[in-house]
Design a protein around this ligand. Structure first.
Ligand SMILES: Nc1ncnc2c1ncn2[C@@H]1O[C@H](COP(=O)(O)OP(=O)(O)OP(=O)(O)O)[C@@H](O)[C@H]1O
Length: 275
């Protein structure tokens, strides 16, 4: 396995180990993610992908190892502190407020970071009014960059599922985090819209230099956006490198599909795998 180690790491994971009772969900995992790259974490169901994201965002405390963001140790910090350092995320399940407009959904992402206190929020002219105007402008700019501006005043719950997933991504991006963790952004998105999602993510990364770490089962999306991919299996790294090489590695196909199926897929190419 040839491993290309990025020159300047934004995120470094070192010997991360997570146990749930007797189960070792993550086993001494090392990962380095470079500033500005799109990195995909793939692997069969139960391989440990979401657990890695949860360790980074602070929802799970690992048994051992460390995680550094821009050289700063993350594991001693609570989740909200990590968010304020510039780590955003989405979840597998939609977490939108369905009765609110798309624009208001994006504005809720800001609440945790607004500087204004309760009192200044009640004043008609003050910092909070300015902040509100700025937040609206930034939310509209985010929607525009992602090609979603026509949805701004629509009720989130009234949109097709694929569009709602994109709004979820927009919500994670609106504060311009340095690192965004995307948990299966293509899940439930109609196949014909996956390429559009890939184009939008690439465009965003190119315009703003955001580093993206995504978990994904949809290999079309992975192949279209990822600079590098890491395959997890039973909590350990099975392969890492450029998507084309890694996703045609017989050991990777076998982990997903079993020995017989992997031969057939090798001949035809793999596009979507459910573990
Ligand atoms: N809170 C928990 N308590 C106990 N076991 C857990 C918990 N969270 C995850 N696990 C177990 O840890 C392992 C890794 O789970 P994880 O959700 O990280 O896998 P995954 O690769 O994200 O899977 P999927 O692709 O299905 O989302 C699985 O065996 C899972 O059952």
């Amino acid at each position: 396995m040839t491993e290309v180690v990025p020159a300047r790491s934004l995120l470094e994971i070192h010997k991360l180990t997570v146990r749930f009772g007797g189960l070792v969900a993550i086993n001494e995992l090392d990962l380095q993610i470079a500033e500005g790259e799109i990195f995909a974490l793939v692997g069969p169901n139960g391989a440990g992908k979401t657990t890695v994201l949860n360790c980074i965002s602070g929802l799970i405390k690992p048994a051992a190892g460390n995680i550094q963001f821009e050289g700063r140790e993350l594991l001693s910090l609570p989740a909200h502190k990590r968010a304020s350092l510039g780590i955003g995320r989405t979840f597998q399940q939609l977490q939108l407020f369905s009765s609110m407009t798309v624009l208001d959904n994006l504005l809720t992402a800001r609440h945790t970071q607004l500087q204004a206190g309760i009192l200044s929020g009640m004043l008609p002219f003050g910092r909070s009014k300015r902040e509100d105007a700025h937040a609206r402008q930034q939310a509209m700019e985010t929607l525009t960059l992602l090609g979603l501006e026509s949805y701004a005043q629509r009720r989130a719950g009234s949109l097709p599922f694929g569009a709602q997933k994109l709004i979820g991504v927009a919500r994670a991006l609106v504060l311009h985090p340095r690192l965004v963790l995307l948990d299966e952004p293509a899940a439930g998105v109609p196949p014909q819209e996956v390429q559009e999602l890939a184009t939008r993510l690439r465009f965003w990364q190119k315009e703003l230099g955001t580093t993206l770490l995504l978990i994904e089962h949809n290999m079309r999306l992975v192949q279209a956006v990822a600079d590098r991919v890491c395959v997890l299996d039973y909590g350990s790294k099975l392969a890492e490198g450029d998507p084309k090489t890694v996703l045609s590695d017989p050991a990777v196909l076998e982990a997903y599909l079993g020995r017989g199926a992997s031969k057939a897929v090798q001949q035809e190419g793999v596009s979507h795998v459910e573990g």
